[in-house]
Design a binder for this molecule. Structure first.
Ligand SMILES: O=C(O)[C@@H](CO)OP(=O)(O)O
Ligand SMILES: [Mg+2]
Length: 428
């Protein structure tokens, strides 16, 4: 009854107004699943390749239409008749059909759309929500959200060199509390920015994008907003930064163009360490560039015992790269974005490999998102305990928070809230 009978796809728009792929899968019993594929701006060099076509300033639709065509044609021909319950088999068939290491022939966006839509159809056939279908009866841990409230870097037009400043409700006792606390800080921050004469326009992920130059200026605003909203910085809410350091690492140095400073690898790591000393930072993502191996080692030696260091660009959600990072001790955590790798099975394998090594995993959105909420279910299904899904505004981001609120309600008294990456940080 879970045999795939029909696959189709279409172009839809993502949150940046760029076309992206949406795929539908239908099963013999009439069950249906649909998934829309997200897209990044600060992409890792070893990410699976999406078909989009070149210049991001221009219309990107032709590549997407090619991906849509592949789904309707070649992929449908190969996959119709397969059992949607056999997700690893389906995903392996998709990877084999593509035949390239970087998924560039059919496109990671084509592969991922089908992979996720098939999982949703199989969940529907079982009359289960996706998180329960994928995670089983043990799936009841709501993730600590990393809420993006200040945008910079590639995600905004302001001078801030670091890409994302986030708050994490480490002192919340439920996911509902966490969302409320985040929303209160978000609105308090808005008022404080206005008072200081700043604009309150937002960046790609819905965080404010004020004309600030230094990380310290942004962090002062964030700490102040946490306090004025009635919370204790570092106890109720921690701070997380994604500098997305690959974006400003050139010729062996970190070029802070907004701040007007160039820092050597050592100076850059020293600067991060000072920020960790001065502010309640609980986690740094991509603190150094993906190809700065010495920097990864240095920052891990310096800060790995104190805070979470999450690799995004350096791992591109790919299990073999994470295994290498575990061996080499580059960080202690991995960011997992399903479209970086191209299939659901591979993303799940990456999370499992991280957990087996005692690392944490953070399920993440992309800066270009849609109303699709699959990652909310994935965070609960894997019990990873952390999700990064943007600000408290913009429907593309709030869709994920709202989905998690509904899951928490559905789980009732079985629901647990993860107040941080470690198992002992779960609220009873
Ligand atoms: O760097 C990141 O972590 C992501 C998501 O926040 O951005 P993008 O999707 O542009 O790669
Ligand atoms: Mg990142």
């Amino acid at each position: 009854m879970t045999a795939i009978t029909r696959i189709t796809a279409r172009q839809v728009l993502d949150s940046r107004g760029n076309p992206t792929v949406e795929a539908d899968v239908e099963l013999a019993d009439g069950s249906f699943g649909s998934a829309a594929v997200p897209s990044g701006a600060s992409t890792g060099a070893r990410e699976a390749v999406e078909l989009r076509d070149g210049d991001p300033e221009r219309y990107l639709g032709r590549g997407v239409l090619r991906a849509v065509g592949y789904i309707r044609g070649e992929i449908a021909d190969a996959v119709v008749g397969r059992d949607a319950e056999d997700q690893p088999g389906l995903d392996a068939a998709l990877v084999e059909l593509d035949g390239t290491a970087d998924r560039s022939r059919l496109g990671a966006n084509a592969l991922l759309g089908v992979s996720l839509a098939a999982a949703k159809a199989a969940a529907a056939a079982h009359r289960l929500p996706l998180y329960a279908y994928l995670g089983g009866p043990g799936a009841r841990l709501l993730p600590m959200p990393m809420m993006n409230i200040v945008n910079g870097g590639r995600h905004a037009d302001n001078p801030l060199d670091f890409q994302e400043f986030m708050i994490a409700p480490i002192g919340a006792s439920t996911f509902g509390d966490a969302v409320r606390m985040g929303a209160e800080v978000f609105h308090t921050l808005r008022g404080r920015l206005l008072d200081a004469g700043h604009g309150t326009g937002v960046g790609d992920e819905g965080g404010f994008a004020p004309e600030l130059r230094t990380a310290e200026e942004a962090l002062d605003f964030v700490v102040d907003a946490i306090g004025r909203a009635g919370y204790r910085p570092g106890t109720d809410l921690g701070i997380i930064i994604d500098p997305a350091a690959s974006e400003f690492f050139r010729d062996g140095a970190y070029r802070y163009d907004g701040e007007g400073v160039v820092r050597t690898v050592e100076e850059h790591v020293e600067h991060l360490a000072k920020l960790v000393d001065a502010y309640p930072i609980v986690s740094l993502e991509d603190p150094v560039a993906e190809d700065d191996r010495a920097g990864w080692r240095l920052v891990t030696d310096r800060l790995g015992g104190r805070i979470q260091l999450t690799g995004d660009d350096v791992y591109c959600s790919r299990e073999p790269l994470v295994r290498e990072g575990i061996r080499e001790r580059w960080g202690n955590s991995v960011l997992v974005k399903v479209n970086q790798v191209g299939t659901l099975t591979e993303a799940l394998d990456t999370i499992e490999a991280a957990h087996r090594a005692g690392w944490t995993a953070v399920v993440s959105h992309r800066s270009g998102e849609t109303e699709d909420t699959t990652i909310a279910d994935l965070a609960v299904a894997t019990g990873c305990g952390q999700i990064k899904t943007g600000s408290l505004s913009r429907s593309d981001r709030t869709a994920k928070y709202n989905r998690l609120l509904r899951i928490e309600e559905q789980l009732g008294s079985r629901a647990r809230y993860s107040a941080g990456p470690r198992p002992d940080q779960v609220q009873a």
